[in-house]
Design a binder for this molecule. Sequence first.
Ligand code: MN
Length: 241
Amino acid sequence: MRWIVGDIQGCARELERLLHEIRFDPGRDELWAAGDVINRGPDTLAAARLWRDVGGRGVLGNHEVYALCARSGAWPRKRDTLEPLFTAPDADTLLASLRALPVLTQLRSRGRGPDAWLVHAGVHPHWTNLASVAAALDRGEHDDTWLQSEPVSFATRVRCCSADGVRSKFDRGPADCPPPFRPWDEFYAGTTLVVHGHWAWRGHYRTANVMGLDSGCVYGGALTAWCQDEDRIVQVPALAR
Ligand SMILES: [Mn+2]
């Protein structure tokens, strides 16, 4: 089975519980993270290691971009929960596997669920051919310049934007997006399902062509995963801390 999990953000125990609940078998199943495996939450190092140990697939989130740029010194360090990761003996290999992740990737259906595109935050209104955008985005090296480029920032950070792709800083519910900004998915006219994370305030939702998987586990919500092959959702509530 192929599972796509929403923002883990260092919630290693909930990820562990989820994998147990779905009887995840790394030899048979695939786990794809919708980005933001790390930071904010209580146990970034354990989350990153568990994600890696079961196969480590996914797309880059803004917290991975931050971690990589903070680590290299390209960005100043902010308040974060990355110290145990940065000082771990396997820090370099863990960070290298995060850096290698694509920003936008296609997941072709192999079962009951539909084909999907996976991205952390969303797709730009001008991105009408996602296959060519994905190919262009992942061409070349994922160096710090690439991590800081506008297309990568857009795909890993957007919630509300204008019709020409100017992003708003607004991060609450989609109904309250201040005009002229609208939730990015209102500009997405493609027929292939886009699966994303990043918008915890919005929680898990699904429309005809978009699915959100960030149900705010790190804020006391739930960790949500979608099984593409069976087209079903499994949620694990956040543990009390
Ligand atoms: Mn995010």
